[in-house]
Design a protein around this ligand. Structure first.
Ligand SMILES: NC(=O)c1ccc[n+]([C@@H]2O[C@H](COP(=O)([O-])OP(=O)(O)OC[C@H]3O[C@@H](n4cnc5c(N)ncnc54)[C@H](O)[C@@H]3O)[C@@H](O)[C@H]2O)c1
Length: 258
């Protein structure tokens, strides 16, 4: 018996990194996973590998910043699978820039992907989840430790992830008050070794030294690995967390304890 047996899950940014790990984990635990991304070759390969290992997965192209396709993708999933139980709003971009170095166009792009799209995905998920029988579901919004504390070189990213944290609570309250049986939670990872963070390492000029410095920065002595985060998302997606909503699951090797 898997921890999310029979659930239908949409995971954005599912082609690599945390979204890929979450998709593989949820599929192993019995969910049918629909991965969306703009990296089509990678995304198709991940879905194929999941299916070859006995799971159920498919890949769809989606730019999460585009409003129109959200309803189309969610309706398509509901039409073909009968329902939508889980939305993981995971797609994201990072901008390695301070407030002084950030252009308005860059600010808007980071906030469009990391914040506006989380609103679009949450709204689309609620629309489907409240209308199905039995109604309900779990929406998991991937924020960051950058949604909790300031980081000097992540100005736009900080703003976008802080927005996800409080938007999640607003949505959680609304759907609870409406009695939709939907839960909405945020996850706050610290630096986890994915292509996004490897890119930050490359920007320093020495990826290996950056990896070591991340280890020293975290009380538990290492940066995260994608599975550290995937286990947390799995818990929030599963029925093990049916009394958990509007919460902030911090998975950070102790970084924000200090
Ligand atoms: N890795 C970390 O240390 C870390 C820490 C905290 C939070 N996060 C968050 O976790 C999430 C996943 O990050 P990751 O580390 O796996 O990064 P990643 O860059 O490895 O993967 C992000 C994925 O999102 C996709 N994406 C970007 N823009 C998109 C768009 N407009 N439409 C659809 N897909 C899009 C990318 O193509 C990519 O596949 C992000 O929201 C990120 O901000 C990551």
């Amino acid at each position: 018996m898997g921890r999310v047996d029979g659930k239908i899950a949409l995971i954005t940014g599912g082609a690599r990194g945390l979204g890929e790990a979450t998709g593989r984990t949820m599929a192993k635990e019995g969910a049918t996973v629909v991965l969306t991304d703009m990296l089509d070759d990678l995304g198709k390969t991940v879905a194929e590998e999941i299916n070859n290992e006995g799971g159920n997965a498919e890949y769809l192209h989606q730019d999460v910043t585009q409003e129109g396709p959200w309803d189309e993708i969610v309706s398509d999933i509901v039409n073909r699978y009968g329902r939508l139980d889980v939305v993981v709003n995971n797609a994201g971009v990072v901008l390695d820039a301070t407030v002084e170095d950030t252009s308005l166009a860059e600010w808007r792009h980071v906030n469009a992907v990391n914040s506006e799209a989380v609103f679009l995905g949450t709204r689309a998920g609620i629309k489907a989840m409240k209308a199905q029988d039995p109604k309900g579901g779990s929406i998991v919004n991937i924020s960051s430790v950058a949604g909790l504390i300031g980081i000097d070189n992540l100005a736009a990213y900080n703003a976008s992830k802080g927005a996800v944290r409080l938007f999640t609570k607003s949505a959680a309250l609304h759907v609870a008050q409406e009695g939709y049986n939907i839960r909405v939670n945020s996850v706050h990872p610290s630096y986890t070794w994915t292509p996004m963070v490897q890119h930050l390492g490359d920007n320093t000029g020495d990826r290996d030294a950056f990896f070591d410095a991340l280890g020293e920065a975290h009380p538990l002595g290492r940066p995260g690995v994608p599975m550290d985060i995937a286990w947390g998302v799995l818990y929030l997606a599963s029925d093990e967390s049916t009394w958990v909503t509007g919460s902030e699951l911090v998975i950070d090797g102790g970084l924000t304890c200090r």
